[in-house]
Write a protein that binds this ligand. Structure first.
Ligand SMILES: [Zn+2]
Length: 645
């Protein structure tokens, strides 16, 4: 079958017309996989909004149409963050179900699925790596790895794995070379990956195939896949918070209806939010979004932003799709039109979103005015991708201001980017942020002195050596526990709100040895402060308190461990009674006597002293914060602003 036939099928089933470089990518991939035992990796660099997901799914579609499964058994789709897995899984399902492929799984730290056995597995990079490296908590050690080895693997939004050591890219380089050795076809997709990172990733496999082969070749009209940004302005020396207080911004605020403000740190995002909130009128929606919000709150805000911050808004009731502001928000955050609104609905005439770089992670929104702090060039291009994003939009306006400090980015990246923005004319700035070729130059220039932090780190060495030696059925059990996907381990933080009622189960351990089971004694609701008191009052170590997975899941977010410890001591936000931390430990279902409700998972509440326990050898120092889920002291979490330290 030819690409033309694939094109016809896409037209017929999904009603989309394949673009020039989608077809080129498919052609390149097919000719390589059908002619080689060890196909080269394919690097697809195309602008945001061009439709890269379609390229990733096409080989599976091709096989389904022809009922020819010679490329691979299935698709493993790898993404840098959990937030993206759900969006992408939805999009893939939407297309692929029309071709009869419906077996799709999402895999990440909080999902129940652990093996990759599905037609399509959409996984985070971490979960993928642990499965690949056979570091799973499952009994089926080889199964996830085996399933990956018989699929083709897509790494999408690969630029987002960034860390200042290039740790994850070193890991990815090894993974790519192992996959390549095993003959597993791979596609790496990005809009903004700097050359220096490409070099690291393909160090072991050699030069990849590229689409477009030469970026100068890419001549597609920008307005065919995105709206138009009219003006980019760099306000040298002006800081974000000062700009937001200026008459200039006030007049923009009066005029524009959809505004996106991006700060580089959570702290500044909160400050910016306070400034805008003080100017707010009754019918405005001003929303704060960052990574240190409870999952339920973050999802709620993301959901509203997704619906409101766009050129054409859809009515949740009558399904009309071409609404513009003002619209109405009904109970349960339903967005409705003037005809569908109930008496209690509130009018929204303007939306202002104040966010951190979380917005770069695939949140599909579009603003008229973007105000951003200087960030590394690749981040800036991603941010500009959220301005006038939809094809029908015109007149997008980007204002770039200077950050107070380079944090959290390496200083010379911010310095280089500022200097370049200063040098470029207004028109050149516009191209640097929107044209594929010019943005690549802009990004590489900004990274030209980038010097990854030296990492003389045992974990990286062990992980790399381990990955190098992966063969089926041979496992180095000591090395496996040190395998890490990222330089800094992340922990889950559960953020209770101070008066929130939490459902608690009291259970008692009965039986001995392998017959040991926790049996439910009672269930009650209480606040976190009281819960701590209950834990202290437990009679013996056979009694324990548990929280349901549902309770834990909605109240968590993740944070890197390094931010939560200082000299092996936990941050004060994790302390209760000044010297105790609370860990939520997942308990294997086989240890629970919960009757028929098999699928519910429970977390045991453990109050742990940080001083270390007395033992015969003297005081033993505990590794204070390890992987896992910890509870934040409610004093440090604010419903509106999120985690405050
Ligand atoms: Zn309606």
């Amino acid at each position: 079958m030819s690409i033309q036939q694939l094109e016809l099928k896409y037209m017929e089933k999904v009603n989309i017309c394949l673009r020039e470089f989608q077809k080129k990518a498919m052609e390149t991939f097919f000719s390589e996989v059908f002619s080689k035992v060890k196909p080269k990796p394919l690097l697809v660099r195309l602008p945001t909004g061009y439709g890269k997901t379609v390229i990733g799914e096409a080989p599976l579609v091709y096989q389904a149409i022809n009922d020819d499964w010679s490329i691979s058994r299935g698709l493993t789709y790898v993404l840098p963050t959990r937030a993206l897995t759900h969006d992408v899984a939805d999009r893939l399902f939407g297309d692929l179900c029309r071709f009869g492929i419906t077996d799709i799984k999402e895999l990440h730290g909080e999902s129940d699925a652990t093996d990759f056995y599905a037609d399509i597995s959409v996984a985070t990079f971490d979960t993928f790596l642990y499965a690949f490296a056979r570091r799973t908590h499952d009994y089926h050690l080889e199964r996830p790895a085996g399933v990956i080895a018989t699929s083709y693997v897509v790494f999408d939004e690969a630029h987002m794995l960034q860390d200042e050591y290039l740790y994850s890219h070193n890991i990815m380089s090894k993974v790519l070379s192992s996959l390549n050795e095993a003959g597993v076809p791979t596609i790496i997709m990005t809009a903004t990956m700097p050359k220096i990172i490409e070099n690291v990733i393909f160090e072991k496999t050699g030069e990849p195939l590229r689409v477009p082969d030469d970026l100068n070749e890419f001549k597609e009209n920008i307005s065919s896949y995105r709206g138009l940004i009219e003006k980019v302005e760099f306000k040298q020396g002006v800081k974000l918070l000062d700009y937001l207080k200026s008459p200039d911004f006030r007049s923009e605020l009066r005029e524009k209806k959809r505004i996106l403000i991006i700060a580089n740190t959570v702290q500044r995002a909160i400050e910016a939010f306070k400034i805008v909130e003080a100017m707010m009128e009754k019918s405005w929606k001003v929303i704060l979004l960052h990574s240190r919000l409870r999952l339920d709150e973050r999802k709620k805000r993301e959901n509203l932003v997704r619906k409101l911050l766009r050129a054409k808004i859809k009515c949740d009731k009558c399904r009309k799709e071409d609404l513009t502001l003002p619209v109405y928000v009904d109970a349960d955050d339903k967005v409705v039109c003037n005809e569908c609104k109930s008496v209690n609905a509130s009018e929204v005439s303007k939306i202002v979103l104040i966010a951190t770089q979380v917005i770069e992670a695939g949140l599909n929104v579009s603003c008229e005015l973007l105000v951003s702090e200087v960030a590394p060039a690749d981040s800036l291009v991603q941010r500009a991708g959220r301005c006038a994003r939809s094809v029908e939009e015109k007149g997008g306006y980007c204002i770039i201001v200077e950050p107070v400090s380079s944090e959290p980015y390496p200083p010379n990246l911010i310095k280089n980017t500022s200097e370049m923005l200063n040098k470029l004319s207004d028109n050149e700035k516009l191209y640097a942020l929107t044209s594929l070729m010019k943005s690549y130059e802009f990004i590489n220039e900004s990274y030209k002195e980038f010097d990854p932090k030296e990492m003389i780190w045992e974990d990286l060495r062990v992980t790399l050596r381990y990955l190098e030696g992966i063969y089926p059925f041979i496992i180095d059990r000591t090395a496996i526990s040190s395998v890490r996907a990222r330089p800094n381990a992340t922990v889950y933080l559960f953020a209770p709100i101070s008066d929130e009622r939490i459902k608690v189960y009291k259970m008692r351990l009965e039986g001995i040895d392998e017959k040991k089971r926790y049996k439910k004694e009672e269930c009650f609701e209480t606040t976190l402060e009281k819960l701590v008191e209950y834990v202290k009052k437990l009679k013996d170590n056979k009694e324990a308190l548990f929280l349901e997975e549902e309770t834990v899941k909605r109240g968590i977010f993740t944070m890197e461990k390094v931010y939560l410890t200082k000299k092996e001591q936990p941050d004060r936000s994790l302390l209760f009674d000044d010297d105790k931390i609370i860990k939520l430990s997942y308990v294997r279902t086989s240890l629970l006597d919960t009757g028929s409700e098999k699928s519910v998972r429970y977390y045991k509440v453990e109050l742990l002293p940080i001083k270390g326990e007395e033992s015969r050898e003297g005081t033993r120092i505990r590794k204070i914060i390890e992987e896992g889920t910890y509870i934040i002291n409610p004093r440090f979490y604010d419903v509106k602003y999120g985690f405050l330290r």
